[in-house]
Write a protein that binds this ligand. Structure first.
Ligand code: SF4
Length: 510
């Protein structure tokens, strides 16, 4: 996929040549024959650095959403609903029957390469490997569920050599039907009820198992977890598993294989360390796992509705995440905010569309009003410079981007009389509960769910849960739950406004 030595001068020639070699090998016909893969053939073509980075980031966005769904105890069905829009946007995999064969090839190639790039990113520690394997295995399940039944069977057939099982014949099934029914009907009933969302009578269940269910025979030591839960029939050293449960087996196989190869990838990493183009990219990607930079475009546009007055109005503030509310509330109470808090709030407000002129008015008004007010002259001498600086009008003239959650969490924790940072991490439980209540999260069950996530240091997940709880109705009516995981205060604000606009449109239609 990339060279172990630097051959920059011959780069273009090798790039073209390598594309030709891969085509010659007919690699793509094997790897890209199906929409699902165990990723057991390494990519051989060369790709550009730009493709390397953007493909990895696109896959990362999908995996972050999966991680978030798991942390919020979403079922597989709910995870599929949340991840599907992201897959369509960032990693689409059209069926082979699609009319545009080149587009199908490009999609499958991107999927293949992005998986291998992230192997490099996440092979470096046991913690990263565990996280990657877990999320990729869920992605595998999501994709398997999105396949047509015909494609699922084809996948099993194509990977027959890797899967240590075979289907029993109709005669064998008839001979042991009573035992199979007794051991597996409970599991099958649960699965069917989850799919059909209705109750199933014993007669319907018997009929289903007799006519539709096939059974896999597999050495029982391969399925010890299922043996322990008594959800399969065991006989003569073999376990018998209904095909409706085969996805768990496939995912288990996927997980085991991936974990093994990740360790091998890690062992071969030192050779890669010589490449000074790739290593910084890999470091950056692994750091961004919990906080992708969604802030690239924030702060580039001002908004007519956002001005020095409106940013403090409830109609605008209702879209703020807790960190921005907390900062602004304490700014108003104290007529002052220390350096880190000012910097965090300035770029957040810039990100929602507050222009420099309006920002100067906003800060001056708050600094010069209230119990600890200063004079306008003091404000202009001591504070206006920093605000202009954040807008790229002073010093190095760098137009500072709004901080994402990762950057906010990387700052020193706030001391007494400081309010920057992430309240989910920095507030004591009582103060956090009070803030949750002010945002409308009052139900003890909901509050405990958020506090539980905070206890596990899952701050962005707690914030995402609060977003879901406070936008429950709009989310239920929304067609898309795309990229719900909150990793940026401005993302929170944007999503909240989008849902409000979508709701307003629906109301007009009604
Ligand atoms: Fe703000 Fe991010 Fe913390 Fe939410 S998780 S409160 S957006 S810093």
């Amino acid at each position: 996929m990339f060279r172990q030595s630097k051959r920059r001068t011959a780069g273009r020639r090798n790039f073209e040549q390598s594309r030709g070699e891969a085509t010659y090998l007919g690699l793509e016909s094997k790897v890209y024959a199906l929409r699902l893969s165990f990723y057991d053939i390494q990519p051989l073509e060369e790709i550009t650095l730009e493709e390397f980075e953007t493909w990895a980031i696109d896959r990362l966005k999908v995996l972050i959403e999966i991680e978030s769904c798991t942390a919020r105890s979403k079922s597989l069905k709910e995870t599929i609903d949340a991840v599907k829009p992201l897959l369509l946007k960032f990693l689409p995999l059209s069926p082979a029957s699609s009319t545009n064969a080149q587009a199908v090839y490009n999609e499958r190639r991107k999927d293949h390469y992005s998986h291998f790039i992230l192997r490099l990113v996440f092979c470096r520690s046991e913690d990263l490997r565990r996280k990657f394997v877990k999320n990729e295995a869920i992605l595998f399940k999501v994709r398997y569920n999105l396949l047509q039944p015909k494609e699922q069977q084809e996948f099993i057939r194509n990977n027959h050599d890797k899967l240590p099982w075979h289907y029993i014949s109709a005669e064998e099934k008839a001979d042991m039907f009573e035992e199979l029914y007794a051991a597996t009907s409970g599991t099958i009933r649960t699965l069917l009820m989850a799919q059909e969302l209705t109750t199933i009578t014993n007669e319907q269940l018997q009929n289903h198992i007799r006519t539709k269910e096939e059974f896999i025979k597999i050495p029982f030591e391969k399925v010890l977890a299922l043996v322990l839960t008594r959800s399969i029939y065991v006989h003569d050293g073999f376990g018998y598993i209904p095909t409706s449960s085969q996805l768990n087996l496939l995912a288990e196989e996927f997980l085991t294989q991936l974990h093994t190869v990740l360790v091998k990838t890690f062992q071969s990493l030192p050779r890669l360390e010589e490449d000074d183009r790739i290593v910084p990219l890999l470091n950056n990607l692994s750091q961004n796992f919990t906080s992708l930079d969604y802030g690239a475009t924030y702060g580039e546009q001002t908004s007519a509705e956002i001005n020095a007055v409106s940013v403090t109005l409830p109609a605008v503030m209702q879209h703020y995440p807790m960190c921005a509310r907390h900062l602004q509330k304490n700014m108003i109470l104290n007529s002052h905010l220390r350096y880190n808090g000012r910097s965090q709030l300035t770029v957040f407000l810039k990100g929602i569309g507050l222009s420099l002129d309006e920002a100067l008015k906003f800060w001056e008004h708050l600094f010069t009003t209230g119990p600890n007010a200063m004079t306008p002259d003091t404000f202009n001498k001591q504070y206006a410079y920093n605000i202009r600086h954040s807008y790229g009008k002073e010093g190095g003239r760098i137009n500072e981007r709004p901080w994402d959650c990762g950057k906010i969490l990387s700052k020193p924790r706030p001391n007494k009389n400081e309010y920057h940072g992430c309240p989910y991490r920095d507030l004591l439980m009582d103060a956090l509960t009070q803030n949750l209540s002010e945002m409308g999260v009052k139900d003890p069950h909901d509050v405990n769910a958020v506090l539980d996530q905070v206890q596990k240091s899952q701050y962005t997940i707690a914030c995402t849960t609060v977003f879901e709880l406070t936008h429950k109705k709009q989310l239920a009516n929304s067609k898309s739950a795309e990229g719900l995981h909150i990793t940026h205060p401005n993302l929170y604000c944007d999503r909240s406004k989008q849902l409000e606009r979508a709701e307003a449109k629906t109301d007009v239609k009604v």
